[in-house]
Ligand binder design. Structure first.
Ligand SMILES: *Cc1c(COP(=O)(O)O)cnc(C)c1O
Length: 393
């Protein structure tokens, strides 16, 4: 068997070491608390599941779905964007349901990238941006996200020849993993930059509904001109605790949406219809679950931040998203520090370098574990810190 080069080019799994240690500890009967997963621990709201069960009984939903999704689902998405962001979308031309945002994010490179082309990709970032690019035969030019620049890419520092040659620009706010948010003035600069260099902007926004202290993150689509230059990926995964159902969407530029629809119609046969009906219910039904979940995450955020600060780990209180991005003490690499926390405190976090080299010096801690487990994790971290004396502060 001779495998394709792209298989060799897939980055090695960074956490093999950590995964092995987790397995070893668990085999010894030790309890490990996983603060690495980005998957809501709260179940999908009841009314959504009820709709799913009901739709599953209907034989009309037992057949192949259309790959462009149910017209009513596309309308529900457009209505939701109107209600939430005051963004008007044509449900037939500017909306496309996805089998989870990840699926569309991975496939859209096939619409823009030919072998040798360049995509501008943040570092650190959700890995699918660069891997989708690589699968299409292109390469990524990495834009560092640094704390000094509030984890926004500095567009002025992208070399002219790269900006001219690049075909895509990837962004993600509220950001995973840095927990940063972007405001409309930044998106305005993005639109101008994309117009100047003829770039397709792909904004990934699955965390706009997970926000704290009354903050409401904007959509890239609210920016004048956004629809001329790009699209926005969104998902029901984080908003409605629906990661297991695999349903998301992409909205925006009609040509980009049409291209992705054509790619997808040759690869998949759409989202199971019962799940589309559940998604319609999520978008049109009562929205109080969002507020309830945010209250819960906010309490967990504050609990963790307090302990982290006692441990001498600096982290800005996130205004949105499911993560805390914390600066680690001097004298460790991210991987060393994450490994130490696992070995000595039985707590798993993700080393920042899992998301790119500019993630060095940070760890990502997730807010998606049940309260009692989080409290136990916080207690372990405090004990671990106390046992270290001054080291690490
Ligand atoms: C969770 C996540 C997604 C994936 O969402 P799905 O709809 O579950 O595929 C996409 N982008 C980022 C940055 C995420 O964190």
């Amino acid at each position: 068997m001779r495998m394709a080069k792209r298989i060799d080019e897939l980055p090695p799994y960074l956490f093999v070491g950590i995964s092995k240690k987790i397995a070893e500890k668990q085999a010894k009967g030790e309890d490990v608390i996983n603060l690495a997963v980005g998957d809501p621990d709260i179940p999908t709201p009841r009314h959504i599941i009820e709709r799913l069960c009901q739709a599953a009984q209907d034989p009309a939903n037992h057949r192949y779905p259309e790959s462009e999704g149910l017209p009513d689902f596309r309308r529900a998405i457009a209505e939701w964007y109107e209600k939430r962001f005051e963004v008007t979308l044509d449900p037939d031309q500017e909306v496309l349901p996805l089998i989870g945002a990840k699926e569309g994010i991975g496939h859209i490179a096939l619409c823009f990238i030919d072998p040798g082309d360049i995509a501008l990709v943040p570092d650190p970032a959700y890995p699918v941006f660069s891997i989708g690019t690589m699968f299409a035969g292109g390469s990524s030019y990495y834009m560092p996200l640094t704390e000094e620049n509030d984890f926004l890419p500095d567009l002025d520092r992208i070399p002219q020849d790269i900006a001219r040659k690049a075909k895509m620009l990837w962004l993600n706010y509220p950001n995973n993993p840095t927990a940063a948010v972007a405001e409309l003035d930044f998106f305005d600069r993005v639109v101008a930059f994309a117009q100047k260099h003829d770039l397709a902007v792909c904004h990934d926004g699955p965390y706009t509904e997970v926000a704290f202290d009354g903050y409401r993150p904007p959509s890239f689509m609210q920016t004048p001109g956004a629809k001329d230059v790009g699209v926005e990926f969104h998902s029901l995964s984080k908003s409605y605790n629906m990661t297991g159902w695999r349903v998301g969407m992409v909205v925006g530029n009609a040509r980009a949406i049409d291209a992705l629809r054509r790619v997808k119609s040759n690869l998949d046969s759409g989202i199971p219809q019962a799940i589309q009906h559940a998604a319609i219910e999520a978008l049109r039904g009562p929205q109080d679950c969002i507020e309830d979940h945010n209250t819960l995450y906010q309490r967990r955020r504050d609990l963790l931040l307090k302990t982290l600060s006692q441990m001498g780990l600096k982290a800005k209180p996130p205004r949105a998203g499911l993560y805390i991005w914390a600066r680690i003490p001097a004298g460790y690499t991210s991987l060393d520090f994450a490994t130490t926390l696992l070995e000595e405190a039985g707590v798993v976090v993700i080393p920042g370098t899992g998301y790119g080299k500019y993630g060095e010096g940070y760890i990502r801690i997730s807010l998606t574990v049940p309260d009692d487990r989080l409290e136990e994790a916080v207690a372990r971290l405090s004990r671990w810190h106390a046992s270290k004396g001054d080291k690490g502060s």
